[in-house]
Design a protein around this ligand. Sequence first.
Ligand SMILES: Nc1nc2c(ncn2[C@@H]2O[C@H](COP(=O)(O)OP(=O)(O)O)[C@@H](O)[C@H]2O)c(=O)[nH]1
Ligand SMILES: [Mg+2]
Length: 158
Amino acid sequence: MAEDEPLAPGEELRPPAGHAPEELQQAMQAGATWPWSICPVPDDLRLSVVVPVYNEMQTVEEIIRRIRAVAVPTEIIVVDDGSTDGTGELLDAMAGGKDLRVFRHERNRGKGAALRTAFAQATGQIVIIQDADLEYNPREYCRLIQPIIEGVADVVYG
Ligand SMILES: Nc1nc2c(ncn2[C@@H]2O[C@H](COP(=O)(O)OP(=O)(O)O)[C@@H](O)[C@H]2O)c(=O)[nH]1
Ligand SMILES: [Mg+2]
C-alpha cells in the first residue's frame, strides 16, 4: 500500500496475512512499519497526540481519522490557532467524542504557543506532536516511541 493511501478502519490491527516473521524482519529493514498487533507496548500505555493547527481545512479531518486508526488508547488534543479558512468550524463539528478535545486561540499566537496550550492538557505517559498537514504518518508511532518504551530515550525526534 502506498504510504499516503487512506487506511481502512481497523487496518492497523492486522498483521500482513501469510507472512513469516523473517519476511516481516526484511520488510522492517526495508522501511515498512510494524502493525500495532506485533508492536510491543505496555497494556496501560496511553498516548497524548497534540495537533497544532493553523488553516488546515484540507487535511485536518483526514489526520484525525489516521490518528484514530492507531490501535493504542490515544487522546487527541487539537489547538486551533485562530484559523480563518473554516478549519475552526470543521473542528467544532468533529469535537465531542471522548478521544478528541479542541482548544482555540482567538488570534494566531504561533505554533509554540499552541503546543504549550496542548501540553498543559495532556494526560498520557507519552506525548506525540502530530502536524496536521499529513507530512508525518501516524502509522510510524510504534517505531517512534520504541526507544522511550525501552527506556533508552526520553525524547525521540522523527
Ligand atoms: N498552532 C499553530 N500551528 C501552526 C502555525 N503555523 C503552522 N502550524 C501548524 O504546524 C504544523 C506544521 O506546519 P507546516 O507549515 O507544515 O510546517 P513545516 O512542515 O515545518 O513546513 C501544521 O500542523 C500547521 O497547521 C501557527 O501559527 N500556529
Ligand atoms: Mg509540514
